[in-house]
Design a protein around this ligand. Structure first.
Ligand code: NAD
Ligand code: DAU
Length: 336
């Protein structure tokens, strides 16, 4: 089987490519290699992976990439909420328009299309958990763009009979996540002795899912899911950010004096929670608990400075200064 993995050079996409190659499949990756996409993420996978560098929103490129594939899994997106507040246009372009272009290419080729989406489309979940029937109520330009992409996928399934479906995950964490996201940001700052920026009161709750568990869920949806349906994939643990940060400090041998409260994110959702019964009925369940997954993640960052060193000294450094109004410790000043 040949799978087209759009956005396969990013965090979750590259973990998924590794899983498919490990299972004996050939993978074609279509990736624009934005600041978040890296060739290094596909290193060591040999001839089983073909990388096409380009934009999912370019019609001819998308159609060419789909040709000869048996299925499309679309991870390609602008993915960081804070950056969407700074510049929403790129999110609408890729997450809405790009999704449409790639989806249309898959429909015309008559192959299955799985859209990777997010629990953020349901917005704040004050009580209980969001099911696939919960209304869409996105809060940020990122989540609104993802909701737009999802609506187009649903419309293509219903109107054209496209073999298209959606999987919505809660917060992923694990190896090779860009350090703009909370967990790797805090791990690298803790190792370097930099302050850990906590938005607002730090009591926002996220539903953490280890990336390998999510990759397993994707295969269940791709192989056994029904076109036109949505499948939620939620993590086993719901934790306030402050508890996550305390866990990281402990694993990195640092104390709480590194915690720094900073201005809250505008429109910040207080809580996400997903009910995943549909996927559980198909045989999926998350296996990695948060304590175990966090330990594995911290070890990975400790062991892979060659991966994150260049990121912490490049575009991310400028972004960090712009966003947090302070600079990071000098590159290479880690790990303690
Ligand atoms: P990421 O930012 O690490 O990776 C995104 C990848 O998409 C990068 O390789 C980037 O180069 C590529 N890309 C961006 N724009 C593109 C374009 N126009 N054409 C082709 N490639 C493009 O993101 P991630 O955290 O791995 O998330 C992957 C997907 O999963 C996204 O769709 C995101 O919305 C969704 N998701 C992420 C999480 C999470 O916790 N990280 C949770 C739920 C859903
Ligand atoms: O819920 C799924 C979503 O999870 C995905 O769709 C997104 O692509 C992914 O980026 C992630 O979004 P979040 O906004 O939840 O992740 P982030 O790591 O940016 O933030 C997690 C929580 O930590 C959130 O409540 C904001 C807070 N935070 C984040 C950063 C970067 C801080 O307190 N300080 C920070 O510096």
């Amino acid at each position: 089987m040949t799978v087209l993995v759009a956005g396969g050079a990013g965090f979750i996409g590259s973990n998924y490519v590794r899983r498919r190659v490990g299972g004996g499949d050939a993978v074609r990756v279509l990736d624009k290699l934005t600041y978040a996409g890296r060739r290094e993420n596909l290193e060591g996978l040999g001839d089983a992976v073909e990388l096409i560098e380009g934009d999912i929103a370019e019609r001819d490129l998308a159609r060419g990439a789909v040709e000869g594939c048996d299925a499309v899994v679309n991870f390609a997106a602008e993915s960081h909420v804070d950056r969407s507040i700074e510049s929403p246009g790129e999110f609408i372009q890729t997450d809405v328009y790009g999704t449409y272009v790639l989806l249309e290419a898959a429909r015309d080729a008559g192959i299955r299309y799985l859209q990777i989406s997010t629990d953020e489309v349901y917005g704040d979940v004050e009580q209980g958990s969001a099911t696939e029937a919960s209304p869409l109520d996105p809060s940020s330009p990122y989540s609104a763009s993802k909701a737009g992409g999802d609506l187009i996928v649903g419309a293509f399934a219903r109107t054209y009979g496209a073999e298209a479906l959606i999987i919505r995950a809660s917060n992923n964490y694990g190896p090779a996540q860009h350090p703009e996201k909370l967990i790797p940001l805090c791990i690298l700052n803790a190792l370097a002795g930099d302050p850990l920026p906590v938005y607002g009161d730090g009591m926002q709750v996220r539903n953490w899912l280890f990336v390998e568990d999510f990759c397993a869920a994707i295969d269940v949806a791709l192989e056994r899911g029904q076109p036109g349906l949505v499948y939620n994939a939620g993590g086993p643990d719901e934790l306030p950010n402050m508890e996550v940060i305390r866990g990281i400090l402990e694993l990195c041998g640092r104390d709480e004096s590194l915690i720094e409260r900073v201005e809250d994110r505008p429109g910040h959702d207080r809580r996400y929670s997903l009910a995943s019964e549909r996927l559980i009925e198909l045989g999926w369940s998350a296996e990695v608990g948060f304590a175990d997954g966090l330990e594995r993640t911290v070890s990975w960052y400790r062991d892979n400075e060659s991966w994150w060193g260049p990121i912490r000294s490049g575009e991310y450094r400028e972004y960090y200064e712009r966003h947090y109004g302070r600079s990071l410790g000098a590159p290479g000043e880690a790990p303690g």
